[in-house]
Design a binder for this molecule. Structure first.
Ligand code: SF4
Length: 362
């Protein structure tokens, strides 16, 4: 359960609302040469299919800014333009229809540069994300962590007041760090001091498995305490995988519904080679886009209990036969173990067809 959420101001990135009680949204970043628009569009479409709400692209030059209309139209997601060093790129990105800007006001080139960026965002009515990342030096000891978190929060609050003073309250803030104690302290401090929505993330989290675990370890305590209005899981992996990791994290915290496979860890009692079955069922469930919890269980010990508790599921069993469950009931006769996966696939196919046609299902 998410704790008492602080009530933040609400901002809009395209059609996606952030803050003000809106569901926690998922962001990703495209990872291709900005000139390779085909690949960027493909990555964003895949991310969208995986559950992404907002896409971000790097805008290192004017040519990249000019791809925004096509990336928006074909990628199917609201687009945030990520700009460093040259404020003119942010101004051009806003002109080209970006749904939001991500800048570090400290590296844009001074007050006039920030003023120009804020004016461009205000003219289009789009939000600015103020990104403050900590350095990569490890922090030694609790006091150093607190001091560093305090610096990040002070920097973020200073930029927020400067942008607000320019008449633009549509702001969100990110304070990312690789160091989880610092990430935690900075975001909690900021949440206590401001109603600006927070974009949460762990920087340079790592390869898929290590990065997902690190992100979950860092983000879950904050999200559970109602801190964080939008998230990105940064991985050295395709954007769709970042999105799946973020989605699974939100699902695990009960903040989002989506396809979910509950499968047993397997042991010496397992009746079949279970992990490929669980992976195939997960892939099918994701491709069908059904927000169901499906159990895939290896034997009759815990299998029937878990499969009954899920929306549907299979439990392989003794004597070469297993059971298919739906809505807590056994569906049909025992199936030969070799045919049980196919029976589940047929059932899920039927559910997807019914969902498309708007038919109620038991
Ligand atoms: S459900 Fe059966 S096979 Fe799976 S871990 Fe439990 S006892 Fe082992």
């Amino acid at each position: 359960m998410r704790g008492m959420s602080r009530l933040t101001r609400s901002i809009q990135v395209g059609a996606v609302r952030i803050g003000g009680g809106a569901p926690v949204s998922i962001q990703c970043m495209a990872k291709a040469d900005p000139a390779d628009v085909d690949t960027i569009v493909r990555q964003l479409r895949e991310a969208r299919a995986a559950g992404c709400d907002i896409g971000r692209i790097a805008v290192p030059d004017l040519a990249a800014a000019r791809t925004i209309p096509r990336v928006r139209a074909e990628g199917g997601l609201p687009i945030v333009a990520d700009v460093h060093f040259d404020h003119r790129l942010a101004v051009e990105a806003a002109r080209q229809g970006a749904d939001g800007l991500r800048v570090n006001p400290g590296n844009l080139g001074g007050k006039d540069a920030l003023r120009a960026v804020v004016a461009a965002a205000a003219e289009r009515g789009i939000p600015i994300r103020v990104g403050v990342n900590s350095g990569s030096m490890p922090r030694q000891g609790g006091r150093a962590v607190e001091a560093s978190a305090e610096r990040m929060v002070e920097t973020a609050l200073t930029w927020v007041s400067e942008i607000e003073a320019l008449g633009h309250p549509r702001i969100k803030v990110s304070m990312k760090s690789f160091h989880l104690a610092e990430l935690d302290a900075a975001n909690r401090r900021f949440a206590a001091a401001s109603d600006v929505p927070l974009h949460l993330g762990v920087t340079e989290a790592g390869p898929p498995l290590a990065g997902s675990v690190r992100s979950a370890a860092g983000l879950a305590p904050l999200l559970r305490d109602g801190i964080g209005e939008t998230v990105r899981v940064s991985l050295s992996a395709p954007p769709a995988l970042e999105v799946r990791a973020a989605r699974l994290l939100l699902q695990a915290l009960g903040l989002r519904r989506g396809p979910q496979v509950v499968s047993c860890p397997t042991c010496g009692r397992t009746r079949v080679d279970l992990s490929p079955v669980a992976e195939r069922v997960e892939a099918l469930l994701e491709s069908l886009g059904l927000p169901l919890t499906v159990a895939v269980m290896g034997c009759e010990v815990n299998g029937p209990g878990e499969a009954r508790a899920a929306d549907c599921g299979i439990a392989f069993g003794a004597g070469g036969k297993g059971l298919l469950f739906a809505a807590g009931q056994v569906l049909g006769p025992p199936w030969p173990n070799a045919e049980l996966e196919e029976a589940l696939r047929a059932y899920l196919g039927e559910r997807a067809r019914a969902a498309r046609e708007g038919v109620e299902h038991g």
